[in-house]
Design a protein around this ligand. Sequence first.
Ligand SMILES: *[C@@H]1O[C@H](CO)[C@@H](O)[C@H](O)[C@H]1NC(C)=O
Ligand SMILES: *[C@@H]1O[C@H](CO)[C@@H](O)[C@H](O)[C@H]1NC(C)=O
Ligand SMILES: *[C@@H]1O[C@H](CO)[C@@H](O)[C@H](O)[C@H]1NC(C)=O
Ligand SMILES: *[C@@H]1O[C@H](CO)[C@@H](O)[C@H](O)[C@H]1NC(C)=O
Ligand SMILES: *[C@@H]1O[C@H](CO)[C@@H](O)[C@H](O)[C@H]1NC(C)=O
Ligand SMILES: *[C@@H]1O[C@H](CO)[C@@H](O)[C@H](O)[C@H]1NC(C)=O
Ligand SMILES: *[C@@H]1O[C@H](CO)[C@@H](O)[C@H](O)[C@H]1NC(C)=O
Length: 924
Amino acid sequence: MGKRRSSSYRNNDFSLLLVPVFFLFLFLDASIDATAASSSSPVNTTQVSIMTELSALVLLSARWNTSDSNPCRWDGVNCSSSKSNSFSVVANLTLSSFSLSNSAIFVPLCSLATLQSLDLSKNSFTNVSHQFFTSSCSMKAGLRSLNLSSNRLATPLGDFSGFPLLEVLDLSFNSFHGDVITQLNSLPNMRSLNLSGNRLVGDVPTGMVLSLEELVLSNNNFSGNIPRALFNYQNLTILDLSQNSLTGDVPDEFFKLPKLRISLLSGNGLSGNIPGSMSNVTSLSRFAANQNNFTGSIPSGITKNVKMLDLSYNSLSGVIPFDILSPVGLETVDLTGNKLEGPIPSTFSLTLYRLRFGGNFLNGTIPGTISDALALSYLELDNNQLIGSIPLELGKCKNLSLLNLASNKFQGPVPDAINKLNKRVVLKLQSNNLDGPIPIVLSDLASLSTLNLSHNSFIGEIPREIGNLLKLSILNLQGNMIHGSIPNSIRLLTSLIELNLGNNYLTGTISMMPVKLSTLLDLSHNNLSGSIPSDIQFLTDLEILDLSYNNLFGEVPTSLSKLQSLTQLVLSYNHFSGSIPMFRQCVDITTTGNPDLTDGTGNNDNTPANDEGLPVEEGVSQIINGHLITMNSIHTSAIDFMKAIEAVSSHKNIFLKTRFCTYYKAMMPNGSAYSVKKLNWSDKIFQIGGQDKFGHELEVLGKLSNSNVMVPLAYVLTEDNAYILYEHVHKGTVFDILHGGRSNVLEWPSRYSIAFGIAQGLTFLHGCTEPVLLLDLSTRTVHFKSMNEPQIGDIELCKIIDPSKSSGSLSTIACTIGYIPPEYAYTMRLTMAGNVYSFGVVLLELLTGKPSVNDGIELAKWALSLSGSPDQKDQILDTRASRTSATVHSQMLSVLNIALSCVALSPDARPKMCKVLRMLFNAK
Ligand SMILES: *[C@@H]1O[C@H](CO)[C@@H](O)[C@H](O)[C@H]1NC(C)=O
Ligand SMILES: *[C@@H]1O[C@H](CO)[C@@H](O)[C@H](O)[C@H]1NC(C)=O
Ligand SMILES: *[C@@H]1O[C@H](CO)[C@@H](O)[C@H](O)[C@H]1NC(C)=O
Ligand SMILES: *[C@@H]1O[C@H](CO)[C@@H](O)[C@H](O)[C@H]1NC(C)=O
Ligand SMILES: *[C@@H]1O[C@H](CO)[C@@H](O)[C@H](O)[C@H]1NC(C)=O
Ligand SMILES: *[C@@H]1O[C@H](CO)[C@@H](O)[C@H](O)[C@H]1NC(C)=O
Ligand SMILES: *[C@@H]1O[C@H](CO)[C@@H](O)[C@H](O)[C@H]1NC(C)=O
């Protein structure tokens, strides 16, 4: 058991690994082993009656087939035959994810004296019954393993004495609070203790039995120094102190822990040198001390034993030890974000597969010996001062799937050899001095999803063969010296969502563009001529269109105004004529420098009446199923599914369209209004996994209750569509209120209360037993119930969208441009830290009054670039709000600091939502 646990532990914690095959069902319930031991021997009758009593309490979840009289065959029940006689007894109970919350079940459980292992993880217990802690609980005598993780236990840690045989105790991911002093001291057989993910404070506990092998205390608020007494636990194999508030130097005594395999100190405020004794522990295979305040140089020999090393985001300086990458068996080294200087070491291990040196002061060239790193799949050397050419030898690293050399001083052409690497998913070479033609063999890279060659000196034409890159989702060639026309083959890039060809010398007309384009089409600053082609109307998901500084002429096609997703249209400095068609109010249009273009914008009508020209939606297919989720009688009596379906048959009822959904207003027979959200079921990225599963997911969400979250009340499934019903509270979205052209400026107290409301909603979602992660959090997905009462919408998307059905990485489907955390470019895992980033962008919008992308620059990047000096920080704020009073100004500065921490480049550096909420509260 110990073995299995630790290997899954390792995988879970390694969130940045490049995962080439994407499968994302974050919330699939851990499936229960349905293999109840069907023992042939009869079951002890006392135990049958205990189990029957228990079943009455567990039946709720309908998981136990009580018509079967042998409880050993029930789901999650394992029996063993008793040694003393021929009867079977219950040995293990695995009731994980059984939707249990009634602590009354501890009464029958306590009489199961034969129990060895009890797993109640992933339920909703808020407390453990008193009996559990008394000596009358006979179950405790034989129990070896107790798992209460992922519940809602929100008490101080009780006294766990009286489990003479207990070896494994997992209390992780609850809300235990207070300190840990003696509560775990009387467990003489304990091998593994996991308290991760609680709210524990005070010193790191050191009173447990000295034979302890696994100690996991991460994600709490333990403070003070790392106690020397920890080094008396000479049998420790796992020590995880990450994500706490520990400070001070780390005792250099790791040689006293000769069996240590995993040592994690990440995300604290530790300082001083990286302990050199780490290199003396021969069993140590993983060491992470990232995100602290470590200084000094990297001790030599640190990778002698360690196979996975993460020292990123500290203040380490000096030269990288010359032999750090050479040991056989080495797997990953991450030194991102330090102050390291000098050359890249030139001896590479055959087994190294992940190397991150970005954001340092490294100089010199990439050594040709990199070809020895045959396993290398992930190489990041960006933001250094590296020179020379991209070495041919990189072409030997056949497994390379991410290569990021951006923002260095590389020059010369891209060697053909490196373009033949067909596992490559992400290639970022921007902001160097590379030249020569765009390498035509790039078209051999069939799996390429991101190609960024911007801000170099590439010449020649865009090769026709670019159309072979069928998985490409982001293509950025901005700021080069590319000429010729845009090849027609570009339309073949059916996965492309972002295309930036700005600032080149392109000529000819605008050819047909790939219809999936959604985040950006930038053709600005070229010499394109002709008119805007009418087929631009097919780019229905396009958000930003920039055609400025070209020689385009003719009328602006009215079909452009039908693009429901468009938020920004830049037409300046061309030769357009006629009048500007009517756009929705929230579209930001720039037309300066077109003398013949008359301003036709008057009373823009933002209502869907604009849709009149569109064909009425085809007849609604027959209802398959209407389901109520809510039990609130106000809703159950009002909702009429036929009325909901009638409402969605007319475009007139549309009041909002977002990336994945269309919202309709439906009037019920009793006169109350409901919002009906249509999901386009036939879109292939919706992976509903059967209608039952869809219903189940929605019903789980329907039980959530928080005034800042839009909770589903009911749903209807038809053959082609899924419709979800909500209370109709639509007073616009945060986006409408901030950027919708309201005449009066939103004052700071309102903005603050909006921020606070969203933070409360998100903290709630992240704090659920099974946290709900948002696929798309932006000012457009937050609706107002009333002014100052924001509600987060689209909470179900993460459960029903399968990114693997889309192209490329998570960033191509998750979120709206401007809100996408940088790490989503190479991971398929939605994370809380990713949501925190998006929330940070929402905060920045409230602070600046600017949209998430402004002039093609992401708000978060812009704000980060100005965050260095106090003077500049001031410039970030919306002066219309910040100049109203000194108090407002200082509040806004405090909130700005919170926003900046949320949009930190490193996911580890971002605070968790509960902390964000606290900081926001304190900022008032
Ligand atoms: C059944 O188990 C109980 C303890 O739970 C024990 O006292 C009793 O003797 C057992 N009965 C039989 C028939 O084995
Ligand atoms: C429940 O158990 C009874 C009796 O063993 C059996 O006939 C029936 O098929 C079981 N039902 C399910 C759904 O497994
Ligand atoms: C009970 O679980 C333990 C691990 O906790 C395992 O070793 C044992 O085989 C299980 N017993 C049965 C009867 O499944
Ligand atoms: C460590 O484990 C060994 C072997 O199991 C045991 O002999 C020793 O007593 C343990 N050390 C401590 C401090 O418990
Ligand atoms: C690191 O140290 C600096 C000053 O020594 C301090 O301002 C900063 O808060 C520390 N960072 C962390 C993460 O503790
Ligand atoms: C590590 O071990 C070597 C001998 O193998 C010893 O000389 C050195 O002092 C040890 N270093 C630390 C920091 O314990
Ligand atoms: C690299 O930087 C170091 C100082 O950090 C300097 O001494 C050395 O000459 C530089 N090497 C190259 C090749 O620029």
